[in-house]
Design a protein around this ligand. Structure first.
Ligand code: FAD
Length: 389
């Protein structure tokens, strides 16, 4: 019996089929066949989402066979890449072309179409999420066509495709806005929560990347500041917090410990108050939680469903061990996040219904309009997404 599980193992599915893509033509044929037979498809990236985006009992399409850099355009600093390419597999070929992603998240295990599907981001007050880097896409839609979109070609579809939730069709290629290859030096630091929050935003403005994990039981923030450098890369790479090398070697980290996670994006000005309230919650009601709280920054963008849509943002993530019941802790955190105008990360846990999500996202109805136009019969929705309409 076919099966699927996400990275943490908390979400499992027994779909009617798991189909491994080998070509774009295959993607188009699978989409058409499913649509004409009333079957449903969810496309899987690297299964690193904690939200039930892929989980369903229809067809799961595994796009990891569509992998690699297709072409690079040096003058515009853009590249077409196959949708199933893991982010770690982009680093070296882009570097060889003198290019790099403008920013990356905490790990590089995700597929690029999976990461852009949910607005995956790193940290940096001037740096946007990965969805903002999508300047073109090719999607196998329910009509069986391979539809290209960009700011010039099918611009509404492109707007929706930048953060697509896997709900428009099977994304086969993405065109990414890149930057010149760059080297980074990271520096780690430690401090208590109160002094950390007192000057966080000033410090964050001084560094290209600035973030911390706060450990509640020790009341210690373990932070990192990362900046551009002309220093030569040092190999073997030093441990996290001390690396000096190319961006794709410094930004990703090794995160082997299985956990679940909730993350909300908060307007930047409300970030410190929100973080302080989460700190109080942990000290008063959830003293058993050993997992840290992560605090990062994210620049405003114009991606319809982005959690940083038209506002500078801090992101606050709470974690719990997969063996624990995370719900009471996460629900209590969610109450605080919502009281600070939070918007939930699409790839992590939240308990909002469609009405509540619509209230978070000014372009919610535009996104659904485009989605419904391109997939009127819901071939690319699972029960979770269908429940949000
Ligand atoms: C250890 C860990 C660390 C993380 N670190 C960060 C971080 O630093 N920053 C951050 O923002 N998030 C982070 N995340 C969350 C993660 O980046 C997102 O959940 C991301 O969407 C996962 O990508 P994936 O390739 O695993 O996609 P999946 O989880 O498999 O899928 C995510 C979405 O993409 C869709 N999809 C994937 N491929 C395609 C395709 N070819 N066509 C159509 N739809 C597709 C799926 O249908 C689904 O809707 C982390 C998660 C984990 C487990």
């Amino acid at each position: 019996m076919p099966s699927w599980a996400n990275w943490s193992g908390k979400l499992t599915a027994y779909p009617e089929a798991v189909i491994h893509l080998r070509s774009e033509a295959d993607a188009a044929a699978i989409a058409q066949e499913a649509a004409s037979n009333g079957r449903r498809i969810r496309t899987a990236g690297a299964a690193h989402s904690h939200a039930p985006l892929v989980q369903h009992d229809g067809i799961i399409v595994d796009a990891s066979g569509l992998s690699g850099v297709i072409s690079v355009d040096q003058p515009s600093r853009t590249a077409w890449v196959w949708a199933g390419t893991r982010i770690y597999a982009l680093g070296r070929p882009l570097h060889d072309a003198g290019l790099a992603l403008v920013n990356q998240g905490d790990i590089d295990q995700q597929a690029i179409a999976g990461a852009t599907a949910t607005g995956t981001h790193g940290t940096g007050t001037q740096l946007k999420n990965l969805s903002s880097a999508v300047v073109g896409a090719v999607i196998a839609t329910a009509s069986g066509e391979l539809v290209e979109c960009s700011p010039e070609l099918n611009p509404e579809l492109w707007q929706a495709a930048r953060l697509h939730l896997g709900a428009l069709g099977i994304v086969t290629r993405l065109k990414l806005q890149l930057t010149d290859a760059y080297r980074l030096r990271e520096q780690s630091w430690q401090a208590g929560l109160v002094p950390t929050l007192a000057n966080f935003h000033e410090e964050a403005e001084r560094h290209r990347h600035h973030e911390f994990f706060w450990y509640p039981q020790a009341d210690e923030a373990n932070g990192k500041s990362i900046d551009l450098t002309d220093d030569e890369a040092a190999y073997p790479l030093a441990e996290e917090g001390h690396r000096c090398a190319w961006s794709y070697e410094v930004l990703p980290n090794y995160r082997p410990h299985k956990h679940t996670e909730m993350e909300y994006s908060i307007p930047a000005a409300k970030g410190p108050d929100c973080m302080a309230a989460i700190g109080d919650l942990l000290r008063s009601e959830f003293t058993h939680v050993r997992w840290p709280v992560e605090y990062r920054t994210l620049a405003a963008d114009d991606v319809w469903l982005s959690t940083a849509f038209e506002r500078d943002t801090v992101t606050i993530s709470v974690h719990e061990d997969i063996r624990e019941d995370d719900e009471p802790y996460f629900r209590a955190c969610e109450e605080i996040f919502l009281a600070h105008d939070g918007r939930p990360h699409w790839g992590k846990v939240n308990y909002l219904n469609g009405h509540e999500l619509a209230a978070c996202h000014p372009r919610w109805h535009d996104w659904w309009q485009v989605r419904n136009d391109v997939d009127p019969n819901g071939t690319f929705l699972n029960n979770y997404l269908a429940s949000l309409v």
